[in-house]
Structures are given as structure tokens and as C-alpha cells.
Design a protein around this ligand. Structure first.
Ligand SMILES: C[S@@+](CC[C@H](N)C(=O)[O-])C[C@H]1O[C@@H](n2cnc3c(N)ncnc32)[C@H](O)[C@@H]1O
Length: 241
């Protein structure tokens, strides 16, 4: 089954819409920039550790990490705000999985909805969004014991947020990128009823550092339960139309 959804509300103005895929991929492929490989290793480790049957990748770009998804995963959901990235992911992975749902939309937007998955991966996207909003939203998108795995970029010695780039569209992302502290993330996640089960620092040869955190559902807060209920109602309404 292939599902390709364009968020009905439309997104008109977002810095990631101005970064063509070719620029972004060329930047990621730059000699010495092994970040993409590191992120995909973190993702692959998580899939091996938790053996999910269904997964969602928030900020999936063109699906670079999808190559690491084992055959045991039957359902894959990818969400990204950039329609060009999602179109490329579709071209690359159409027919590769039993079920592939690619959603163009803003993960902060309450209309982004899919049937809960066994694992959510949010790698290097929390730097660009309102973290409490997104973390709270993930609760209703995960099955009961499903882990949320996050990767945050940590501030480096050179105080650059985005690696220097010859591509102006990529350089300009620096303005919208904000470091978010792992300690803060833990607090935000706990406020949404998660419990942190793991936190580790990963260092990229060169100097960049990332914090990988794993959150499992603990108690469900009244707030998150209410939000989930509202969203389920919204989803049902849209399906009925
Ligand atoms: C730094 S890239 C990370 C890509 C991939 N996760 C990786 O680790 O290689 C951030 C991705 O998040 C997407 N993104 C940024 N803000 C978003 C939002 N509010 N909603 C959905 N996707 C978003 C961008 O389009 C981009 O593909």
C-alpha cells in the first residue's frame, strides 16, 4: 500500500522550503561531513534494538535513512515539510515496503495524523520546531510501549549551528536552527508522560556531537490524553469526508 498525503492546510513559508534537495544532499555529501552516515547508524541501531513492525521518521527528508530499514518492518511512515524531499523519497522507495505512507506537512501541525507506530525516530528535526508541541503530539502517534528516539545536535566549539556551506539556501537555515538542550528535552518529554530510558553522546570524527535519547511511555498526562482524543476525533472526521 502506498499513501502520499499533502497536508490539506498547505505550507507557504518555511526556511526548509527554500532549500532545494540538490543543495541539501550536496551539503550532506561534502567531504568530511559524515553526519548523514552517523545519523543513519543511530537509526539502524534503534531498529535493531527495538525490532519494531512499524515506524515513523519525522523530518525524513528524501528518505536517506530508509535504506537501513530491515524487511521485518512492514509499515513505514515519513513526514517532511518539503514536498520536493517527499517526492524524491517516493521515487526512491515506492514499492519497497509492504506499506509506505509519505506525508508532506509540518509536524507541529495537529492535522498530521497516522495510525500509531511501534517506533518514532526524530533525528535532527527538533532544532527547527517547537519542541513541547511536537513531543506532546508523538504520544498519540506511538503504540503503548513504543519508543521515541531523538537525536539532538549539541553546540560545538566553533559556535556554528549549520556547517559552512557554499549553498546559500542551506546557509540560511542557520537562522532557523536552535540548539535544544538534552536536559530540557528530558523535562519536556516527562511533562508529556514519557520516561527517559537512555541518553548517550555520540561524537562525529571532526568535532560535532549529538545526543541520542530514548523515551518510553510512562503515565499519560491529562493534557496529552485530551489532545490525543481531540486528534482521533479530527482524524475520523477527515476520513468520513
Ligand atoms: C537537518 S534535516 C534532517 C534530515 C534527516 N532526519 C537526517 O537526519 O538526515 C531536517 C529535516 O526536517 C525537515 N523539517 C524541518 N522542519 C519541519 C517541520 N516543521 N515539519 C516537518 N519536517 C520538517 C526538513 O525539511 C528536513 O528534511
Amino acid at each position: 500500500m502506498e499513501v502520499w498525503t499533502i497536508n490539506e492546510q498547505g505550507i507557504v513559508n518555511h526556511p526548509w522550503l527554500d532549500a532545494p534537495l540538490a543543495d541539501y544532499e550536496a551539503q550532506m555529501a561534502q567531504a568530511g561531513l559524515e553526519q548523514a552516515q552517523l545519523l543513519s547508524d543511530i537509526f539502524a541501531d534503534a531498529l535493531e534494538k527495538f525490532s519494531p513492525r512499524s515506524i515513523a521518521v519525522l523530518g525524513c527528508a528524501s528518505g536517506n535513512d530508509f535504506n537501513r530499514i530491515p524487511a521485518s518492518v512492514s509499515r513505514v511512515v515519513g513526514v517532511d515539510i518539503n514536498p520536493g524531499y517527499i517526492a524524491k523519497a517516493k521515487a526512491r522507495f515506492n514499492g519497497r515496503f509492504e506499506s509506505l505512507e509519505l506525508i508532506v506537512g509540518d509536524v507541529q501541525d495537529g492535522t498530521i495524523a497516522f495510525t500509531p507506530v511501534d517506533l518514532i525516530f526524530a533525528g535532527l528535526i527538533l532544532e527547527y520546531v517547537d519542541v513541547p508541541t511536537v513531543i506532546a503530539r508523538t504520544r498519540s502517534l506511538l503504540t503503548a510501549k513504543g519508543p521515541l528516539i531523538t537525536a539532538l545536535q549539541l553546540p560545538g566549539a566553533d559556535s556554528r549551528r549549520v556547517s559552512p556551506s557554499p549553498y546559500p539556501s542551506v546557509e540560511s537555515l542557520e537562522e532557523s536552527m536552535h540548539f535544544f538542550s538534552p536536559v530540557e528535552l528530558r523535562k519536556v518529554a516527562e511533562a508529556s508522560g514519557y520516561i527517559q530510558s537512555e541518553s548517550r553522546t555520540v561524537v562525529l570524527a571532526g568535532s560535532k556531537q549529538f545526543q541520542v535519547q530514548v523515551f518510553r511511555a510512562g503515565r499519560r498526562t491529562t493534557q496529552s490524553a485530551g489532545r490525543a482524543g481531540n486528534r482521533r476525533a479530527g482524524t475520523l472526521r477527515r476520513q468520513a469526508q
